[in-house]
Design a protein around this ligand. Structure first.
Ligand SMILES: *Cc1c(COP(=O)(O)O)cnc(C)c1O
Length: 360
């Protein structure tokens, strides 16, 4: 099936804006008359340095990153940050973690190797169908940071508020970064693997308050020390050059659409198409509770594994790809990131309506 007939609901790596792919194709063998590809350039060359600087500036402007914070372009995925965060920030103390899905759970387990971890909130008892309210969070006096995962990619829940606590906030925004305006000054650290909402897999963006640099545990590898990485402007070693370039193209597209405010309007439009249908459906049911629902990953099921499988297969046959839920959650998941046009969601809802009519 050709691309124009496909809507790709993959949770990650996921759909990229078509204009970004087209620009990359056009520049692939010969970047701006240099005679070489971005893939073939030295990361120390002026040509690449310009790409790096303009991508960093673009992200700074689009997200409104204040001068108090630095932006790092790293490798190792979001998962490496599960270890890097405690190594750099926990010192000889403890940290508070909210466990609202599998990735925050993994992050908390990893952090236990480096310091004491307190579970400040936990929604596992109800199958991760909700986000705890501010009044439910149990903060620890003197905690070095409070960690949470802004959007739970697997279970389809999302924090709709920024928690208030005296400790620096650390947030995994892998699957909702750049989808709505964020007041970066409220965070000690924001990080995101690029492959959900930004670029191909291989790049992790870390935005860190410079006041937090230099607290790393003595055994922290250089390549994981935020201080060292910041001092080298992410070029201690070879950065993920191609992914940084692709991020730049995605950011160009976001800016042309009207920035993160426009992304916010689009995410609301896409999500309400799906949730409105789900809430009135006689066959499908949404997993996440209202008030905790993700704008990026909509999880649902029929309650019958065979029927779910039939639905997923039938979707793929008409170009609605990758609707299968994560293996730990089951059911279906429609990942509707920035680059998913509302028409794609409308097509999905139309298919759900037809499926429903033939199954009640
Ligand atoms: C995908 C994802 C991760 C894991 O990312 P990797 O880059 O594979 O390590 C972590 N957190 C969230 C919220 C994710 O969506």
């Amino acid at each position: 099936m050709a691309r124009e007939n496909i809507f790709n609901f993959s949770a990650g790596p996921s759909v990229m804006p078509l204009p970004a792919l087209e620009s990359a194709r056009q520049q692939l063998p010969d970047y701006k008359g240099s005679g070489i590809s971005v893939m073939e350039m030295s990361h120390r060359s002026k040509l690449f340095q310009d790409i790096f600087d303009s991508t960093k500036l673009s992200l700074k402007e689009l997200m409104g990153v204040p001068d108090t914070h630095d932006i790092l372009f790293l490798q190792g995925g979001a998962t490496l940050q599960f270890a890097a965060i405690p190594m750099n920030l926990i010192e000889d103390g403890c940290a508070d973690y909210a466990v609202t899905g599998n990735f925050s759970k993994k992050a908390a387990v990893e952090a236990e190797k480096y310091g004491r971890v307190n579970i400040a909130g936990d929604s596992s008892a109800t199958g991760f169908d909700r986000i705890p309210g501010q009044e439910e969070l149990k903060f620890t006096e003197g905690a070095k940071y409070f960690y949470y995962c802004g959007n739970n990619t697997v279970y389809g829940t999302e924090w709709q508020y920024v928690p208030e606590t005296s400790a620096p906030l650390v947030c995994d925004m892998s699957s909702d970064i750049l989808s709505y305006p964020v007041d970066v000054s409220r965070f000690g650290l924001i990080y995101a693997g690029a492959q959900k909402n930004m670029a191909p897999a291989g790049l992790t963006v870390v935005i860190v308050d410079k006041a937090l640099l230099g607290r790393e545990l003595p055994f922290t590898p250089q390549v994981m020390s935020y201080k060292v990485l910041s001092e080298h402007d992410s070029m201690l070693n070879t950065p993920p050059c191609w992914c940084i370039y692709m991020l730049g193209l995605t950011l160009d597209w976001i800016r042309e659409q009207g920035g993160v405010k426009a992304m916010d309007a689009l995410r609301r439009e896409r999500a309400s198409l799906l949730y409105d249908f789900l809430d009135n459906s006689r066959v499908f049911k949404a997993h996440a509770l209202p008030g905790s629902r993700s704008f990026m990953n909509v999880t649902f099921s029929t309650g019958d594994a065979e029927l779910d499988a039939e639905f997923i297969k039938g979707g793929a046959a008409i170009g609605l790809l990758n609707l299968k839920g994560h293996k730990v959650a089951g059911g279906m998941r429609a990942s509707i990131y920035n680059a998913m046009p509302p028409e794609g969601v409308q097509r999905l809802v139309n298919y759900m309506k037809e499926f429903e009519l033939s199954h009640v």
